[in-house]
Design a protein around this ligand. Structure first.
Ligand code: SF4
Length: 195
């Protein structure tokens, strides 16, 4: 009986140590909101019903510092939601950069990227953003990504690129931002992607 108990305790202690000592993966994804302003046909229907009360969102300082200490190099602040539905997303990006995360990235549907958001995210130090597109034509896009408007998103992307250029971000980690904004700024929807 004592032997069995002792073996069980050793096993639990061993597993706990294993978990504590195991390094985090180099990339961590944190969803700060599951709300979205779109109802795309390619999105899991269950997602459409997701509720996201503002007071349920994680605090800005969630996890970044321990994540960095554990060796993580890249953090994505999105999953199954539109990150710009989180009114604190720019603060989160800024905090992650202040914690020393080399690369901070979001995916977005681009529809809410007005001038205020563009300025705030660039200023916060966002390294990369991907704007999701589906469909090879305006009609296809608006069919799949209803109620998003193709022209509005293209306009938002152009403004973002212009502001990015105006800010002339000096640090090396801005290359991804430049690259992806540049691609999107050509006005040619490239590849379909969904978060
Ligand atoms: S695919 Fe993206 S933009 Fe469309 S409903 Fe889902 S989360 Fe929102």
């Amino acid at each position: 009986m004592i032997q069995t108990l002792s073996r069980a305790v050793c096993r639990i202690a061993g597993r706990t140590m294993d978990l504590l000592l195991r390094p985090l993966p180099p990339l961590v994804r944190i969803e700060t909101t599951n709300a979205c302003n779109s109802r795309c046909t390619i999105c899991p229907p269950s997602r459409h019903a997701a509720a996201d009360p503002a007071d349920g969102r994680p605090p800005v300082h969630l996890h970044h510092r321990p994540v960095r200490r554990a060796g993580c190099r890249e953090i994505h602040l999105h999953n199954f939601g539109e990150p710009l539905m989180d009114d604190r997303i720019a603060q989160r990006v800024r905090y992650a950069k202040q914690c020393g995360l080399p690369r901070v990235k979001i995916f977005s549907n681009g529809s809410l990227m007005d001038e205020r958001w563009a300025r705030e995210l660039i200023d916060a130090g966002l390294d990369e953003i991907k704007i999701s597109f589906d469909g090879a034509t305006r009609e296809e896009f608006e069919q799949i990504r209803a109620p998003l408007q193709f022209d509005r998103i293209i306009e938002n992307i152009h403004r973002l690129v212009a502001l990015r250029n105006q800010f002339a971000i000096p640090h090396e980690d801005s290359r991804g931002l430049l690259q992806h904004f540049g691609q999107a700024g050509n006005g040619s929807p490239a590849g379909g992607s969904c978060r």
